[in-house]
Write a new protein. Sequence first.
Length: 139
Amino acid sequence: MKPTHIEHIGIAVNSIADAIPFYEKVLGLECYNIEEVADQKVKTAFFMVGQTKIELLESTDPEGPIGKFLEKRGEGIHHIAFAVENIEERLREAEAAGVRLIDAAPRRGAEGLSIAFLHPKSTLGVLTEFCEDKNRENK
């Protein structure tokens, strides 16, 4: 298994509206997409840095995963996401290697990606996400 690149770095924030000015005014990046992913109880904002994205994550429900993360740890890096090909096979390989999966099968994430998370207890304390753009081959 070899990821093609870092797809994005997820950063939990209390407020996307309050965080965007840092990325735009200080770093000179442009927020190109804001989207709510209702089933994950999160609102996201994206910035491009080369081939890698920064994904800001704002909770839409204190009981959702980002709400719980913010309550326990505060703002900061939430996860790292790797772009992979054939996400289903990558999950099987990870599980066969002894990695505990949060998602045994991919689900829909922001920007229409197929996503799946690996448990941080199996990934050296880093919440790790696999992402696949199923539409990429059609572009």
